[in-house]
Design a protein around this ligand. Sequence first.
Ligand SMILES: C[S@@+](CC[C@H](N)C(=O)[O-])C[C@H]1O[C@@H](n2cnc3c(N)ncnc32)[C@H](O)[C@@H]1O
Length: 300
Amino acid sequence: MNQSLSTKKQFKNKAPGVYQLLTWAAGQFRACGIEAPQRQAQELLMHILGISRVCLLAESGLKINSGIRGRFKDLVHKRLERIPLQYILGYEDFMGIRLQVGPGVLIPRPETELLAAEAYRICREMKSLRLIADLGTGSGNLALNLASRFPKALIYGVDSSPQALYWARRNRRRLKTGRVRLLCGDAELPIPRSRYGNFSLVVSNPPYILSSDIPGLQAEVGYEPRSALDGGPDGLSGIRRMLKAAARLLHPQGALICEIGMGQAGAVKKLFKKNGFVDIKVTPDWQNIPRIVSGKWRSP
Ligand SMILES: C[S@@+](CC[C@H](N)C(=O)[O-])C[C@H]1O[C@@H](n2cnc3c(N)ncnc32)[C@H](O)[C@@H]1O
């Protein structure tokens, strides 16, 4: 029996409550191989009802009218097409800030929160912090977070994708974060030349997935922009580009911090050294995968 027919039959006789709707949606998600099916169903219903998880679970017997049921079913069907949950909801939370996201921009990932936390640590240790560059800013997650913590710094967020910058600009407007300049182009190139050699920190979460690994990723990732993922044949093209950019932007006591992919730490450490960085530090994520590499710039 096709999905919509089975749904109609199930809901024909009596108005289902929260519990039945969640059970139905979670079952559909499970059958389709979607991870965390209960949670995903809850997120969609919470979104439509505009209530918290606590309220949703406390009101599990609440009857749901046909209008809301229709909207819920539409969203469930979108999710069954493997459209990422965050694109359906229109947002993702990152380090306590709600960012708007949608097609054209990478959804910020939890491991990137570790990059943000390490970047804060480096910033706090700096004597003076005037200029920061976020290369490959995407939704603006890193630039806007750094701006909210270090309001005296001027932050340049650069992205080569105009679609990504559309979301970063929306987020900047909504969050009313002041000193963030968002520029379109390749790495350091759109930043005024007069600023070169004056940056305290360059932060980057570049694309780092091997081109050959992309077809095997989760179906949801196929909705995200390839330019945010594809790190070339060895996964390191983006990191090489950001190292070159950092060497031009940083002042002699400046630092570069990057997120990397699984198994890349050894190669990235070598690239940092080769490009003139010292005090190289690798930080593992919560699964103990080396995830963040930072180094201090010692200009030759
Ligand atoms: C992995 S995503 C990171 C986005 C965001 N910073 C985050 O952490 O979610 C990489 C971003 O870098 C951008 N990008 C890729 N190559 C670039 C380049 N050469 N110059 C500027 N941006 C680039 C992509 O468009 C994408 O938005």
